[in-house]
Design a protein around this ligand. Structure first.
Ligand code: GDD
Ligand code: MG
Length: 347
């Protein structure tokens, strides 16, 4: 099978991390977001992944060089000259997705994390003889998503992107299985699958929804990224993953890359992930001093510095000793010498 991952978009809501790195390559639980997805696709029998990109192609080629062999999946790029939205990229990559065998293919938003039920979706799609199948999940505040109204059999009656008034609480989780005929519905121009394609397939009674069991999160914004990390690490715990770190210095779910170095007498956790090459000094408390925050690549945090309330540090930020940062969003390459007592963006 084949899959297309929508890796365009500027990831503005995840700045300043996305000033250094496109959103799909920002590490989540210590590996680039889309690696989680490609691993799940491979298990479902996908052997070729198309990355639909619209900017910074060189970064994507570096990613492919590093990961293609490790993942054992062929990865190709389809590059847009202008942003093509969420459906246009399918038309652009038509020759890569439709090999004439009529096999369905997967389409994924690059920023959704869950227990990907790829195989189950594919079986569901085939059993219903659907034209497209959307993964759906239930959520408390559906306004920032696409809302799906369906019957017990999964047939979608309505699809409304970012509704202004209440339509329902089942939302589009951003993962689809499409039959090749979907490509006949998409013109080669910037266009939205949510606004211009799904409503038509639904009107033709060919759109189905497969309901996800388990956690789900769109991790394209810092607060949601941190919520998603909590859910993901807890799912590792539930599945008794050996990846989580155990020991007296660690509380709750903690994920540490084997190349990170942790000092003695630390208190780390819950819900902390420490990436490759990080160095944590002696006696550091992560979660109380550094609480609900994201520290980008090459960050350096001084002694006795406290950080809380969704701080996001871009690449190569240095924070001096004994400071207090409250909800600070700091652009790359900054040196912070003074506390930030109330939430602010440091330019
Ligand atoms: N190649 C390409 N070109 N990709 C794009 C473009 C583009 O012009 N614009 C957006 N994307 C990619 C983004 O990188 C992301 O992976 C995906 O398309 C969806 O865009 P978002 O900007 O993340 O959309 P959203 O989160 O507001 O809403 C979408 O996701 C929700 C679930 O998380 C919609 O699909 C909603 O219906 C859905 O509920
Ligand atoms: Mg999103």
């Amino acid at each position: 099978y084949k899959a297309l991952i929508l890796v365009g978009g500027y990831g503005t809501r995840l700045r300043p991390l996305t000033l250094s790195c496109p959103k799909p390559l920002v590490e989540f639980a210590n590996i680039p977001m889309i690696v989680h997805q490609i691993q799940a696709l491979k298990i479902a029998g996908v052997n070729e992944v198309v990355l639909a990109i619209n900017y910074r192609p060189e970064v994507m080629y570096n990613f492919i060089n590093e990961w293609q062999d490790k993942l054992g999946v062929k990865i190709v790029c389809s590059q847009e000259k202008e942003p093509m939205g969420t459906a246009g990229p399918l038309a652009l990559a038509r020759h890569l997705l439709d090999d004439g065998t009529g096999k369905p293919f997967f389409v994924l938003n690059s920023d959704v994390i869950c227990d990907y039920p790829m195989k189950e979706m594919l079986d569901f799609h085939k059993a219903r003889n659907a034209e497209a199948t959307i993964l759906v999940t239930k959520i408390d505040d559906p306004t920032k998503y696409g809302v799906v109204v369906m019957d017990e059999y999964g047939l979608v009656q309505r699809f409304v992107e970012k509704p202004k008034e209440f339509v329902g609480d089942k939302i589009n989780a951003g993962i689809y299985v499409c039959s090749s005929t979907v490509l006949n519905r998409i013109e080669l121009r910037p266009t939205s699958i949510e606004r211009e394609v799904f409503p038509h397939i639904a009107a033709d009674s060919q759109l189905y929804a497969y309901t996800l069991s388990g956690y789900w999160m769109d991790i394209g914004q810092p607060k949601d990224y941190l919520k998603g990390l909590h859910l993901h690490l807890d799912s590792l715990r539930i599945h008794k993953s050996f990846a989580l770190t155990k020991g007296p210095d660690f509380k709750g779910n903690v994920l540490i890359d084997p190349t990170a170095k942790i000092g003695s007498g630390c208190s780390i956790g819950p819900d902390v992930s420490i990436g490759a090459g990080c160095k944590i000094g002696n006696g550091v408390r992560l979660s109380h001093c550094v609480e609900r925050s994201i520290i980008g690549w090459e960050g350096r945090i001084g002694a006795w510095t406290r950080m809380e309330n969704c701080c996001v540090l871009g690449e190569d930020v240095e924070v001096k000793d004994e400071l207090y940062l409250n909800g600070a969003v700091i652009l790359p390459h900054k040196e912070i010498k003074e506390s930030v007592p109330t939430p602010a963006i440091i330019l």
